[in-house]
Design a binder for this molecule. Structure first.
Ligand SMILES: [Zn+2]
Length: 490
């Protein structure tokens, strides 16, 4: 009897092990290295000077609504015209709503859908007092170009222009039409720039085969558990939902309080929301670890190939990391609370604001249902705040020619890093092109290490001169690959 049980247990163990191994073999993948390319000839120093000139145009919005400064944009547009004569001679240039720019590089095979490369012209403000070099002087020093916008995202704007100018000088003609979509108010939501550009393309019946906008980069330490450098392509963006919570109760004197005041009722509801977050969806991370493949340690490959078994372990490992936690669930952040003005008076009303960031797959309706279920208190009223919600964006495929072409170009230019898809935690201008494009990728072609942390929107924003030169090579190669009718290298 005992032996029979032992045999059964052994058989189950053996079968499980075989199942785990087979799943891991199916899951993991190794990429053959692609051949590194030299790329177009780039004069790094000259490119640096062009970026510095763009930095000197202070395209900072004049207010929170994103009102553009006409002079600054005029200066930037003029600078582009003078610096890139071929682009301005051979491409069609349209101004959308006064400041955004749409360039069209007509392809020889117009029956194929166009592709679009994006960057935005606006930058956030900068207080010069703590900068090593003033933020709008465009200083080139110690191997860096310093200034606001050098990482977000005039580097990309100049990278695109520079690459096009070089290819035009070489006589390159794309088969597919290539568009450059350069918004002017991304930092304030893009509603007056790229939103209108997206509508314009839709009106014209244009459908795009692929978009590359700012986003993930190439860096070490981006993915927990993975050593070495990896390139991440943003394939989706989280949604946004701000909810206002209100509790009204009878006001009165604090000498004779009721068992619960409006503040107490609201506080309990908020605590429950914080301690009952939306559920995790580990499977959303599978494409990331699948893309990284053998660059991930074998333990992680086994675990992600077998979430059915190792899910709880993975969760315990990932949830304490705020970025990974935000990558596997809709997050809940209590951001504003108000109630009461005097120490001896029970307030009639208490209010709070909670900001949720929606994982693709979770909808606004799902979150509101979750809120109702968790709070379970009719006295707490809540509603989404007008203009402060949008669903998560659809996920672009990590297969197909557009993704494959981009994937290959990254590996060619940056010497074969693993390339994987991920969900962007913040939003960009490309959201406005969802109605005209299914293959939207967010990728900034720059190798970044720890020293870049906090520079975007921060003090001493700067980019290495050499990194800027490489960005030009990346765009030139992407234009040549996405510019073919196949969008991939044969
Ligand atoms: Zn940006």
């Amino acid at each position: 009897m005992l032996t029979t049980i032992l045999y059964i247990v052994l058989a189950i163990l053996l079968l499980t092990t075989v199942f785990i191994v087979v799943r891991t073999i199916i899951f993991e993948r190794s990429f053959g290295a692609v051949e590194k390319i030299e790329g177009v000839p780039v004069d790094d120093q000259q490119v640096a000077e062009h970026l510095a000139a763009a930095v000197r145009c202070q395209t900072v919005p004049l207010d929170e609504e994103g009102t553009p400064d006409p002079q600054a944009f005029e200066q930037l547009h003029q600078m582009l015209k003078e610096t890139y004569p071929q682009v301005h001679k051979k491409l069609k240039r349209e101004v959308v709503n006064g400041y955004s720019l749409l360039y069209t590089w007509q392809g020889s095979r117009p029956e194929h859908e166009p592709v679009m490369l994006m960057a935005h012209q606006d930058v956030v403000s900068a207080d010069p007092s703590e900068w090593t070099h003033p933020p709008f002087e465009g200083t080139i020093s110690d191997g860096f170009i310093w200034g606001r916008g050098t990482l977000d995202i005039k580097n990309q704007l100049i990278g695109i222009m520079e690459a096009a100018e070089i290819l035009l000088q070489q006589g390159y003609k794309p088969e597919r039409t290539i568009l450059f979509g350069l918004g002017h108010d991304e930092e304030t939501g893009g509603v007056n720039g790229c939103k209108l550009m997206g509508q314009l393309l839709k009106q014209r019946g244009v459908h795009l085969a692929g978009i590359v906008d700012e986003g993930g980069g190439i860096s070490a330490g981006l993915v927990p558990g993975v050593r070495g450098v990896e390139a991440l392509i943003g394939v989706s963006e989280k949604g946004y939902l701000t909810v206002e919570f209100t509790v009204n109760s009878k006001p009165g004197h604090s000498s004779t309080p009721p068992p619960q005041t409006s503040i107490g009722i609201l506080a309990r509801a908020l605590t429950r929301l914080e301690t009952h977050p939306m559920p995790t969806h580990l499977r959303r991370l599978r494409p990331l670890y699948h893309g990284i493949g053998k660059a991930a340690p074998i333990t992680l490959q086994v675990a992600f190939a077998n979430i059915w078994l190792f899910g709880p372990l993975l969760k315990r490992w990932l949830v304490p990391n705020p970025e990974m936690n935000a990558s596997i669930r809709t997050t809940t952040a209590l951001t504003i609370i108000n109630g009461g003005v005097e120490d001896n008076t029970i307030p009639a009303e208490a209010k709070a604001i909670v900001n949720f960031r929606l994982l693709p797959g979770d909808t606004i309706a799902d979150v509101l249902w979750h809120v109702k279920r968790v709070i379970k208190d009719e006295r707490v009223k809540y509603k989404p705040v007008e203009g402060k919600f949008n669903e998560a964006l659809p996920t672009s495929p990590s297969i197909g020619p557009a993704y494959k072409g981009l994937h290959t170009v990254i590996r060619q230019v940056f010497d074969n890093p693993p390339v994987a898809p991920f969900v962007m935690l913040g939003g960009t201008d490309c959201q406005h092109f969802v109605p005209v494009c299914d293959n939207i990728y967010r990728f900034t072609s720059l190798v970044m290490d720890e020293s870049f942390r906090g520079l975007e929107h921060g003090i001493d924003e700067r980019i290495p001169v050499e990194g800027m030169g490489k960005m030009v090579k990346f765009y030139a190669q992407l234009m040549q690959v996405w510019g073919t009718k196949e969008m991939v290298i044969n």
